[in-house]
Design a protein around this ligand. Structure first.
Ligand code: ADP
Length: 363
């Protein structure tokens, strides 16, 4: 019983270069039943957060060497730590850049000298918000996971009906079965994306790195995507010399498939889709350019976020997860991804992977 109760006590990491402040905060928080970890510098805070991720961080802004903003930025760049709420601490007489505090990922701030009831209320609110978010994510994950099995059965039957059994059906029924099968496959892909994104976010998907021959990979992807191209012209430009990168081939193949199928999906039938591969210094850069409808600048960042879609196209069957998956997969390889686009002219989605495998990171 005791162990179970203790496991639920929130653990708060307090970061301040003044030992007296650490003592005061620790006393106040332990009196309220919280567990605390205390550290005197930003560097130690990062180490402590990695070793034992806390439920919330109280982070002083003014510290020598690494200030609170820098610490917060580094925390938010780590997949495993980025969801931990950070509340900034600043002294009343100091000028605090509140906009910067929120921009680097802080959720709130408190000022010294502390009004302890206020500090406590803010901590409670953010712990509760985090708990609810996690509960929602866990529930979604569970539901999505459980949808997969019945859907696999439906897909199997529809495949049989659409295959050898199709000739026993009338023409209109055949068409309906084919439509149902296509939608079921799309649903399966969506579910796969949802599960993959949450797996990658939780740091549970390990990269299976192996030498990846880009020439072969791109040609294989082109063969599978050709069927979607309709009347679009699909071209590829890449150096003749072999290009090998240490990468998770299955993940990178899916990144390419996502970018290509988006380019074809959002480009009118007479348009062009072009893939250009360029080795540049220590990177290999792959760009997928289309002559489609383009994306307004305010969406360029948003579309890489979970469920991010361009406002006026929300109704189409899609999840807004494809690009999130691409971003997570590319960044797990130590790479970068981005978009350049102009409404009415088209878009270039590009990603760059390091050629040296020592710059690869574990997902
Ligand atoms: P989905 O296609 O399932 O909505 P994605 O994450 O792949 O999810 O894409 C997010 C959004 O970005 C799309 O809904 C679309 O609005 C926009 N988008 C992606 N690729 C392109 C493209 N090549 N041209 C125009 N818009 C695009």
């Amino acid at each position: 019983m005791t162990t179970c109760k203790q496991a639920k006590v929130p653990n708060i990491l307090i970061v301040d270069d003044t030992p007296a402040n650490l003592l005061l905060m620790t006393r106040m928080l332990t009196e309220r039943g919280y567990r605390t970890q205390t550290v005197l510098s930003g560097k130690l805070a990062l180490q402590a957060a990695i070793t034992q991720p806390p439920d919330l961080i109280l982070l002083d802004i003014t510290m020598p060497e690494m200030n609170g903003y820098e610490v917060c930025e580094q925390l938010k760049a780590e997949t495993a730590l980025k969801e931990i709420p950070v509340i900034f601490i600043s002294a009343l007489h100091e000028t605090m850049d509140k906009v910067k505090a929120f921009r680097v990922g802080g959720v709130d701030y408190v000022t010294k000298p502390f009004q302890f009831e206020e500090v406590y209320a803010r901590i409670q609110t953010h712990l509760q918000l985090r708990r609810l978010e996690k509960l929602r994510d866990d529930l979604t994950h569970m539901i999505v996971h459980d949808l997969r099995n019945p859907l696999t059965v439906i897909c199997g039957f529809l495949e049989t009906l659409d295959g050898g059994e199709a000739k026993k059906l009338g023409n209109s029924t055949q068409r309906l079965v084919a439509l149902a099968r296509r939608s079921a496959v799309e649903l399966t892909t969506m579910i796969g994306s949802l599960l993959d994104v949450s797996k990658m976010e939780a740091g549970e998907m390990k990269l299976q790195r192996e030498p990846c021959d880009f020439n072969a990979l791109l040609h294989a992807v082109l063969v599978t995507t050709q069927a979607l191209s309709g009347n679009c012209t699909l071209t590829l430009a890449m150096p003749e010399t072999p290009l090998t990168v240490m990468a998770d081939v299955a993940l990178i193949r899916r990144v390419l498939q996502n970018l290509l199928s988006n380019a074809l999906k959002y480009t009118p039938d007479s348009g062009n889709v072009r893939i250009v591969v360029t080795p540049f210094e220590s990177e290999i850069r792959i760009a997928v350019t289309d002559t489609g409808r383009g994306i307004a600048p305010q969406y360029h960042q948003h579309i890489f976020e979970k469920f991010g879609q361009v406002e006026d196209r929300k109704n189409h069957l899609g999840t807004g997860l494809g690009l999130t998956f691409c971003k997570l997969a590319v960044e797990a390889h130590g790479g970068r991804i981005g978009v350049e686009s102009e409404v009415g002219k088209g878009s270039t989605f590009w990603f760059a992977l390091p050629l040296q495998n020592d710059s690869l990171s574990e997902c």
